[in-house]
Design a binder for this molecule. Structure first.
Ligand SMILES: Cc1cc2nc3c(=O)[nH]c(=O)nc-3n(C[C@H](O)[C@H](O)[C@H](O)COP(=O)(O)OP(=O)(O)OC[C@H]3O[C@@H](n4cnc5c(N)ncnc54)[C@H](O)[C@@H]3O)c2cc1C
Length: 566
């Protein structure tokens, strides 16, 4: 028995009425799920539309030059199961899982398909290598796309819309209290992830990168075995297995005790939430839940939020959240967590003694742990330290020169943009190019409200290492744009080398700090000094002007603020 199925234009993103530029199949062709059927030309890129089912093509309804939109019929297939005559079950995984064990060979094996892994695979394929990308999850994109950067930023955007709307009440515009539908909000966030991860599948297929799903571990320095027992022999390998949330010992098993991935699922909006850990990830999630109406408390072991960051950068944020959150417990250790019917009971230890409180939910955000344990690195002869950090040289090579490591497993900072830059270097070196990870700086951003961003030398580091520097700070209360935005709590600071006058560091706190910081990163990479920045015309009125004003302050030519002569 066979069944006919229609295949339609799926939701591939924000496009309508786009041109079919190629029909890649013909009637009678036998196709597998995910085989590309037609190519479309959008104003941004060309997109291949993959098959949602396997079968034999019985009709094709589009031809080159046709314009198509979401839901239009592309073709029909006859879906047949050879033996039983039953309709084939649709696979709902985006990456094919090989059922029979097999031996594969490849020039370059990339283990892990996060931002490090997929970037390395794509760059190597672009350089002509035969690449196999192995991922244990059924989707590409790793932590960043699925449970990290992207979903957190979608929810932070929602939080900012709520907060910005509420803040307008003081300026003549009153909105009613927002009605929040966590399911719909979660579905919107998931649709963004889907759009990006399916985009990655397109990019992989356009480059003919072979994708295999499985949990990979090394059997030797030239072979990886997957959980389904497939083996892959490789000439070179790039390890990009990333990291996972660190946990506390002896935690009870309870859905109300979340890690960042669970918190991003947005299953409910609790009345009260304790965030354990005052680092970037915990504070970003605190911003989200607070805007959604949860009473948020934070507990941090050290004496400051965002430990390690210059305290002046954290202060404007701290002043805002101190008023807004229920409690911020600094220099406090969580010594016990109990699961009760009424909630999660947490015991805090401080200098003054111990106390307990019950919360609806708690989020454990105490850092990230490398995934490099348990993947057989010893069998491959690769050195790693006690934290699971793999040591690499500037070409991203491990102690085995044909095996590279990139991304979170190479240690701090654990950031997606570090992983992608390292990825390109590793792929290029594997392809025989002269390339090195030789960056001067890697910017860091907390996408809290206000945002906090810094790059290059921090004042903490300068003081610790006795580095002579000069500093200028431009307060955003003197910026027309930040006043117009009704957000004047921020500032922009630049640090200069005392001898050469070059920019060596900088920090910004305020709206869009994460976008603005790139100019300071570029200045450091290019060896710019204050005059280079100050004499570059910045558009008015913008927040980016504050970087130029901080540079002008260093030159003594700032007119937007009165600065006493040095
Ligand atoms: C909530 C949150 C928010 C974040 N926000 C930001 C941000 O705004 N900006 C930023 O720069 N960074 C952010 N990060 C950090 C960022 O996500 C990571 O630095 C980045 O994803 C690291 O990339 P990677 O390629 O090294 O590893 P990952 O993204 O961790 O990917 C590793 C991949 O390898 C796979 N894998 C692991 N072991 C195996 C195995 N044995 N076999 C096969 N596959 C395997 C995993 O399933 C995963 O898909 C955030 C992280 C979190 C948790």
């Amino acid at each position: 028995m066979s069944k006919f199925l229609d295949i339609k234009i799926p939701d591939l993103g924000d496009f309508d009425n786009v041109e079919v530029i190629e029909v890649l199949v013909k009637i009678g062709d036998s196709i597998e799920e995910n085989d590309n059927l037609i190519s479309l030309e959008t104003d941004k890129a060309s997109i291949d539309v993959p098959a949602t089912h396997a079968g034999i093509i019985s009709s094709i309804y589009v031809s080159v030059g046709d314009k198509v939109s979401l839901g239009d019929l592309i073709l029909s297939i006859k879906e047949v199961d050879n033996k039983s005559g039953k309709t084939k079950k649709t696979k709902n995984k985006s990456i094919n899982k090989n059922l029979k064990s097999a031996t594969h060979t490849t020039d370059l094996l990339v283990l892990g398909a996060g931002p490090g892994g997929y970037t390395a695979a794509f760059r190597a394929a672009d350089l002509g290598m035969k690449v196999t990308l192995v991922e244990r999850w059924p989707v590409l994109g790793g932590v960043c796309l699925n449970v990290g950067c992207i979903p957190s930023k979608a929810l932070l955007h929602a939080a900012k819309v709520i907060d910005d709307a509420a803040a307008m009440k003081d300026h003549g515009i009153k909105f009613t209290k927002p009605q929040i539908d966590p399911k719909a909000l979660g579905a919107w966030k998931d649709s963004i992830i889907k759009r990006l991860t399916s985009g990655l599948e397109q990019l992989a297929s356009q480059r003919k990168v072979n994708i295999l799903q499985g949990d990979g571990s090394f059997q030797s320095s030239n072979r990886i075995v997957l959980d389904n027992k497939d083996t892959i022999d490789f000439k070179q390998c790039i390890i990009a297995v990333g990291s996972e949330s660190a946990s506390l010992p002896n935690l009870p098993i309870d859905d109300r005790i979340m890690d960042s991935s669970m918190a991003l699922e947005l299953n409910s909006i609790p009345d009260s939430l304790l965030v354990v850990g005052g680092g970037i990830i915990g504070l970003e999630m605190a911003c989200v839940y607070s805007a959604l109406g949860t009473k948020v408390s934070i507990v941090e072991l050290t004496e400051t939020l965002m430990p390690g960051t210059d305290s002046d950068l954290v202060l404007p944020f701290y002043k805002i959240v101190k008023k807004r959150y229920e409690n911020i417990y600094l220099k406090t250790r969580v010594s016990k967590i109990e699961s009760l019917k009424a909630g999660i009971k947490v015991r805090f230890e401080r200098e003054e003694g111990s106390t307990s409180e019950v919360f609806d939910c708690i989020l454990i955000a105490i850092g990230r742990r490398s995934n490099a344990f348990g993947i057989g690195l010893k069998d491959a002869g690769i050195d790693l330290d006690e934290q699971g950090i793999v040591k690499v040289d500037k070409q991203m090579k491990t102690n085995k020169s044909h095996i590279f490591a990139i991304g979170d497993i190479t240690g701090n900072p654990m950031l997606a943009h570090k992983a992608t830059h390292q990825a390109k270097v590793a792929a290029e070196v594997a392809a025989g190019k002269k390339s090195a990870f030789d960056v001067r700086v890697i910017p860091s951003v907390a996408y809290t409200d206000p945002e906090i961003a810094w790059v290059g030398l921090t004042e903490n580091e300068a003081k610790e290492s006795n580095i002579a520097y000069e500093k200028t700070k431009f307060p955003w209360s003197a910026s027309g744009r930040s006043l117009a935005n009704s957000r004047d709590e921020g500032f922009t600071k630049l640090l200069f080398d005392k001898e050469t006058g070059r920019v060596i560091g900088g920090g910004i706190v305020g709206s869009c700090a994460g976008d603005l910081i790139s100019e300071i990163a570029l200045a450091i990479e290019m060896g710019a000094d204050a005059a280079d920045i100050g004499m570059t015309i910045h558009p008015h009125p913008t927040l980016s002007e504050t970087i130029a004003f901080a540079a002008e302050a260093q030159e003594g030519v700032l007119t937007d603020l009165y600065m006493p002569k040095k």
